[in-house]
Write a new protein. Structure first.
Length: 174
C-alpha cells in the first residue's frame, strides 16, 4: 500500500506533519468502525481493515525513518526486514568509540557529563545522516537509493544507541 497516496501526499521525505495529522483525523472519521455499526458484517470488516491501514500509514509517515523506508520500498528496495550490515569503515570505527563510551559511563566520575556529551554527539551525527538521506531521496537513481538504504541502516543503529544510552541513564537514576 502506498501511504503517500492514502494521505494524498506526493512521496517525499519532507512532509508537513501538521497536515499529515489533519488528514489522519479526517480519514479516521471517514472509516471508523462506529460509522458502519448498522452495516453488513463485510462492511464492518472492511472498515476495520481500512482503519488499520490509516493507522499504519500515519505511524509510517510521521516517523522520518519509517517514511524513508517506505519511499524506498515504493522504489522496489525493501530494507525493513533485512540483515545487511553497514560496510562504512569510518562509521564502524565511530560505532566502536561510542560503544566504549557507553561502557565507560558506569565507571566515570562525572557520568552526567559523559551522558550529555554522548547525547550531543548522537544528535549531531543523526542530523548529518538525516540531511544526507533527504538529499539522496530527492534522486531516484539506483545508486542513490542504495546509498539512502545505507543511511537508513546507520540511522537505525543510532536509534538503538539512543535507546541504550537512555537505559544506562535510567539505571544510574535508580
Amino acid at each position: 500500500m502506498n501511504y503517500f497516496e492514502l494521505f494524498q501526499f506526493s512521496p517525499s521525505f519532507d512532509i508537513d506533519i501538521a497536515s499529515l495529522a489533519e488528514r489522519y483525523r479526517a480519514l479516521q472519521r471517514a472509516v471508523h468502525p462506529d460509522k458502519f455499526a448498522n452495516e453488513s458484517e463485510q462492511q464492518k470488516l472492511l472498515s476495520v481493515q481500512r482503519t488499520a491501514q490509516v493507522n499504519d500509514g500515519y505511524q509510517t509517515l510521521k516517523n522520518p525513518l519509517k517514511r524513508a523506508e517506505h519511499i524506498l520500498s515504493l522504489r522496489g528496495i525493501d530494507i525493513s526486514h533485512e540483515t545487511t550490515t553497514v560496510k562504512d569503515t569510518a562509521f564502524l570505527m565511530q560505532q566502536m568509540e561510542w560503544r566504549e563510551a557507553l561502557e565507560d559511563i558506569k565507571d566515570d566520575q562525572q557520568p552526567d557529563e559523559l551522558i550529555s556529551d554522548l547525547y550531543d554527539s548522537f544528535a549531531d551525527f543523526e542530523t548529518s545522516l538525516s540531511q544526507q538521506l533527504a538529499k539522496l531521496l530527492l534522486s531516484e537513481t539506483d545508486n542513490d537509493n542504495l546509498s539512502a538504504a545505507d543511511q537508513i541502516r546507520k540511522l537505525k543503529f543510532m536509534a538503538k544507541l539512543q535507546d541504550e544510552l537512555a537505559r544506562i541513564e535510567d539505571s544510574l537514576l535508580d
